[in-house]
Design a protein around this ligand. Structure first.
Ligand code: SAH
Length: 252
């Protein structure tokens, strides 16, 4: 029997109209969808009524399914001849473990297709009207994971600063260590930043502050995951006041 194909599909930051047409088509035709916790229910609602939906929701503290088990599940279903839509928040290849699932499929000789999604950084930047690059303010943009093995050992030197934008995924619970680490690397305590919670969703919050005030901002505003921390001059410029609350910096 020929095996099915595993489609690693990016679901974008939330809203169904930020799906690619290719993703929407695959979701609406799929018989089997394996999705993680960040995928919005409105997107899952695009699936056929008879589609089988399997949640492999992951959160930092609670792993409902280990990555190896997810890989094994995808491969086992494909080897039974089924096409599998593996639906992930944002983009599958940006902190999405899409690479590991692709490797597992390749190792088992199963065909894989990857459908890109709007990553949280792009969705958040658009929704909060914070350009990630700007000819006057930033010509380098970097994405880092704030919750990862050995945060303190990660070398972020040079990624943030004047003329640069640093986007930190999964950084809410380690905000204090992140601020300390960046200031130890020489970043100015008054470097502006924005925390964007639930980007591109109706409940989005955009909070602005300075690097030194980041831990205080996260605590005072009770910021919860999913949220991004964007550090750099772009967060202080071209401010969309209507979606902005300010803590720790005076309005310019
Ligand atoms: N593959 C995803 C990232 C998964 S890691 C992507 O490309 O977007 C999970 C982290 O992504 C969260 O901890 C948070 O930092 C970020 N994130 C995902 N969706 C988000 C959203 N709607 N708003 C803000 N941050 C989000």
């Amino acid at each position: 029997m020929t095996s099915g194909t595993i489609y690693l599909v990016g679901a974008g930051p939330g809203s169904p109209d930020l799906l690619t047409l290719r993703a929407a088509r695959l979701i609406s035709r799929a018989r089997l969808i394996v999705h993680d916790g960040l995928v919005d229910p409105q997107i899952l609602a695009l699936a056929r009524p008879d589609a089988k939906l399997i949640s492999v929701a992951k959160s930092r503290a609670r792993h409902t399914m280990q990555q190896n088990d997810i890989n094994a599940l995808l491969v086992a279903e494909a080897l039974k001849g089924k096409d599998v839509v593996r639906l992930k928040g944002g983009d599958p290849f940006v902190f999405g473990r899409g690479g590991e699932e692709m490797e597992a499929a390749h190792a088992a000789g199963v065909a894989v297709e990857v459908v890109p999604g709007i990553s949280a950084a792009n969705g958040a930047a658009a929704a909060a009207q914070i350009p990630l690059t700007h000819r006057d303010h930033a010509s380098i943009v970097s994405f880092v994971a704030g919750q990862c093995k050995g945060l303190t050992q990660q070398n972020w030197a040079g990624l943030a600063g004047v003329g640069r934008t640093l986007v930190i995924y999964m950084g809410v619970s380690t905000a204090a260590q992140i601020a300390e680490k960046l200031m130890a690397d020489g970043l100015a305590p008054d470097m502006p930043l924005a925390v964007i919670e639930n980007a591109a969703r109706p409940e989005m919050r955009v909070l602005r502050g300075s690097l030194a005030a980041l831990p205080q901002l996260v605590a005072a505003k009770k910021v919860k995951s999913p949220a991004l921390i964007v550090i750099g001059e772009v967060t202080a410029q071209l401010v969309a006041q209507s979606v902005t609350q300010s803590v720790g910096v005076e309005a310019k």
